[in-house]
Design a protein around this ligand. Structure first.
Ligand code: NDP
Ligand code: MG
Length: 399
């Protein structure tokens, strides 16, 4: 099946939509709750999930009258904050509960805003169960796109990532065969313009000051290393069925153009708008409609500084490595992603330097024997082994 809405019957949405938000306590999750507050007549939040944030879940379940709450971390079964959970909410625990939830007859639409590869089983289960899927969880698409994308019916999976939402919006009404290439915009991150010597001294605190977006800590570091852009190239490759080298990264520090699509006749469509993640989140939920938003409007007459440029793959090796993993395909993106998740966390915790992130990814990719992607169990086993290899590499350079 295809993601393209004009290449098959579009997946239908009921009104109101009964929405489950996976990763409700995170940056995307909380902004999704904001969108649902704004459109309470159209969006009924029936379920939320968190990993550790039990108090957050109790508060949100009360506000939205949720019938289901999943705490993905089993170790929270005796959390004192569970006492604050409203009576109507059935609370379940663990990763299997997440999969069960997305299959529930009470749920029409699933917003997957879990961070990291951990979100893959729920995304897979949502697609299998025929639910509409608003997908922010890019790592699982990068790793398991070969398994997830064949399940997608036209209009069933709508990307939430701002660039991919932009590309999707440019593609509505177009045919896959007319797509020539994609221009994936990139703010450049907080260290744009720096060389290797300077990058070797940057800290997590410096990286956490992203110039445009306020996001969760993992993606903020990925934005600084440009691994986020690398993951997004692979995300676009899977979502839009284009070879990795037909997705060009375009540095655009103003973050006003959210991405562009170039067609066979040379025409380029771009999507512009305020830099507010609630817009792509809402589009994924409102599709194929558009709903009003309270976001600040841009007066384009005041926009005088608008620039495009190349990304520096020599200085920012994570972008180069992610693209390499995408070109290789098969299980290579799985180990690339696992090594990055481990090194990203180590950098956030002050256990390694900025450039050690790419060194770890390169080392783990370097010893991997690529195979075709066959199953979720295979990916989980490889993910776990690659994480061990990344930890061993980091321990080795620390001693
Ligand atoms: P956050 O770290 O802010 O939130 C992550 C959410 O996932 C939290 O609710 C967290 O729960 C939950 N979670 C963490 N680990 C697990 C696990 N193992 N199993 C189940 N749930 C878990 O992340 P973001 O919101 O920034 O990002 C979410 C996803 O969206 C990522 O894939 C990211 O790349 C993507 N994205 C984010 C953007 C942004 O602006 N933030 C933009 C585009 C894409 P708890 O709070 O309890 O730990
Ligand atoms: Mg993005």
């Amino acid at each position: 099946m295809s993601i393209f809405v004009n290449e098959g019957e579009a997946h239908k949405r009921p009104n109101p939509q009964r929405v489950a938000i996976l990763g409700a306590s995170g940056s995307i999750g909380s902004q999704t709750l904001d969108v649902c507050r704004q459109h309470a007549d159209r969006l009924d939040v029936v379920a939320i999930t968190v990993y550790d944030s039990v108090s957050f879940a109790a508060k949100a379940a009360r506000e939205f009258g949720c019938r289901h709450v999943v705490i993905a971390n089993e170790a929270r079964r005796n959390d004192p904050a569970l006492a604050d959970m409203p009576e109507q909410a059935e609370v379940t625990f663990g990763p299997e509960a997440l999969e069960e939830l997305v299959r529930s007859d009470d749920v029409d639409s699933v917003v997957s805003a879990v961070v990291g590869f951990a979100g893959i089983r729920a995304g897979y289960a949502a697609l299998k169960a025929g639910k509409a899927l608003m997908y922010a969880n890019k790592e699982s698409l990068v790793v398991g796109g070969d398994l997830l994308m064949p399940l997608v019916k036209p209009g069933q999976l709508i990307p939430v990532d701002s660039e991919h939402s932009a590309i999707y919006q440019c593609l509505v009404g177009e045919h896959r065969s007319d797509l020539y290439r994609i221009w994936l915009t990139c703010s450049g991150g907080p260290f744009y313009g720096m060389g290797r010597e300077e990058l070797s001294h940057v800290t997590a605190a410096m990286a956490l000051k992203h110039p445009t977006w306020s996001m969760g800590s993992k993606i903020t570091i990925d934005s600084a290393t440009l691994m986020n852009k690398g993951l997004e190239v692979l995300e676009a490759h899977h979502l839009f069925e284009v070879p990795v080298d037909q997705v060009n990264v375009l540095v655009h520090p103003q973050s006003m153009v959210h991405s562009m699509v170039e067609f066979s006749d040379g025409v380029v469509k771009a999507q512009l708008g305020p830099s507010d993640m609630r817009i792509p989140i809402q589009y994924a939920l409102s599709f194929p409609e558009r709903w009003e938003t309270p976001c600040e409007r841009v007066d384009y007459r005041d926009v005088c500084d608008f620039s495009f440029g190349h990304a520096d793959e020599e200085a920012f090796g994570c972008l180069r490595l992610a693209k390499e993993a995408g070109r290789t395909g098969g299980t290579m993106p799985c180990v690339m992603n696992a090594a990055n998740e481990v090194a990203n966390l180590a950098f956030r915790q002050g256990r390694c330097g900025f450039l050690d992130i790419e060194a770890t990814v390169e080392a783990v990719m370097g010893v991997h024997d690529v195979a075709p992607v066959e199953s979720l169990a295979q990916l989980e086993e490889l993910d776990s082994k690659a994480r061990d290899a990344a930890r061993a590499y980091l321990e080795g350079i620390a001693s």
